[in-house]
Design a protein around this ligand. Structure first.
Ligand code: NAD
Ligand code: ZN
Length: 352
């Protein structure tokens, strides 16, 4: 679990006082910041770089890759004689995941791709802080960092992955474009649905999942909330949704969305929406609710992505989806392989 968290409008201003006890002499803090904030001097000034701290802008146009993590780690090692005091990630799920992975790879040998899987990390990661600027993924609280590697899209799941500190300041999510707000918000809704309907469910996951699910219904279906309330509630829904899946698992939408993402580069939030839109068979009532939310906010969910896939692309998509065994075990149960065949997946993908 994340051991320390602050919450509240304006709490981002506590950043330097939080970092100060962790600062080692001659060792910089490295700030990995979403490049959407280039030119946003108000935010950059509030970071308040000190000594030899370094700010690196990173694009979130593509989801993080293992080679990208390896390159950032190589550059940091080449530039600084001393190991940094810590890594601070400021951005959405992409930048938060990248920051977690970089902090792991600064204390572990080899390539980030060596650690994609469950509990493969040997050494404690460098001190790392997460500051989300868009809500929904739960990446700020989870024990995984999802990376696309040379052969798979899979997280580094480990006890060393979670942030040492998180700063939850709902004001930082103010500029998020409407469609993106919805797609990433629905990631949270889908986390809850998949956790609450899964065979791995337990009282711990359920308590967080139900809270986040109710918050999502309030945020996306109740018009009486002010924007400020809605931002704060979505930030907490994201947190609780992340806590829920940390102690259970995700399901069908995520398994299939990983396939889409690997082959077509479809991003996580929108990919989940594209898949979930067609999952009545597995999550009937929640797909109805999802469609209500889509209609209420007049959101565009792309269709027909897989119509013209080559056989080879379809095969890869299915391979990636099938490789996510724990997700299927959670969604369907031990006999999942009798239900989720290659033909079944192909027919589902063709509808999307
Ligand atoms: P993102 O980080 O990819 O960002 C989406 C877009 O929103 C980007 O264009 C970004 O620049 C922009 N953006 C972010 N904050 C903004 C702001 N305040 N104002 C304006 N624009 C802003 O989006 P995401 O949906 O948060 O993250 C997706 C990533 O999260 C994927 O890589 C996915 O694999 C990962 N993920 C991780 C976990 C986990 O537990 N580690 C869980 C779910 C998803
Ligand atoms: Zn997700």
């Amino acid at each position: 679990m994340v051991p320390k968290v602050v919450f509240g409008q304006g709490s981002f201003d506590q950043l330097q006082s939080i970092l100060s006890p962790e600062r080692k002499s001659k060792s910089p803090f490295i700030f990995l910041v979403d490049d959407v904030f280039i030119g946003n001097n108000e935010l950059i000034d509030r970071i308040n770089l000190r000594f030899n701290d370094k700010l690196i802008f990173v694009s979130a146009d593509e989801e993080p890759k293992t080679i990208q993590v390896d390159q950032i780690v190589k550059d940091i090692k080449a530039e600084f004689t001393y190991r940094p005091s810590g890594i601070v990630g400021i951005g959405g799920g992409s930048i938060l995941d990248l920051s977690k992975a970089v902090s792991i790879m600064l204390t572990n040998k080899g390539s980030a791709s060596d650690y994609q899987g469950w509990d493969l990390v040997k050494n404690k990661a460098l001190y790392h802080v997460g500051v989300p600027t868009i809500s929904g993924t739960g990446a700020e609280v989870s024990r995984t960092t999802v990376l696309t590697g040379p052969v798979k899209k899979l997280g580094i799941n480990s006890d060393f992955t979670p942030f040492d500190q998180v700063i939850l300041d709902p004001d930082l999510t103010k500029g998020v474009p409407r469609n993106q707000w919805f797609y990433t918000g629905m990631d949270c809704f889908i986390h809850c649905v998949e956790s609450l309907n899964g065979t791995f469910l337990n009282a711990f996951s359920q308590s967080y999942g139900e809270k986040a699910y109710d918050l999502c219904k309030e945020i996306f279906l109740d018009s009486s909330l002010s924007e400020e309330e809605s931002r704060a509630k979505l930030m907490m829904a994201s947190w609780h949704g992340g806590m829920s899946i940390a102690y259970s698992q995700v399901g069908v939408a995520h398994a299939m969305s990983y396939g889409l993402s690997y082959v077509l580069g479809t991003k996580h939030g929108i990919g989940n929406c594209i898949v979930f839109n067609h999952l009545e068979e597995f999550y009937k009532d929640d797909v109805i609710l999802f469609k209500e939310m889509v209609a209420k906010h007049n959101i565009d969910i792309p269709q027909g992505l897989c119509k013209n896939l080559t056989q080879q692309q379809m095969d890869t998509m299915i391979d990636i989806a099938l490789s996510l065994v724990p997700l299927w075990e959670n969604a369907i149960g031990d006999n999942w392989e009798t239900v989720i065949t290659r033909e079944k997946l192909a027919s589902m993908y063709r509808k999307m």
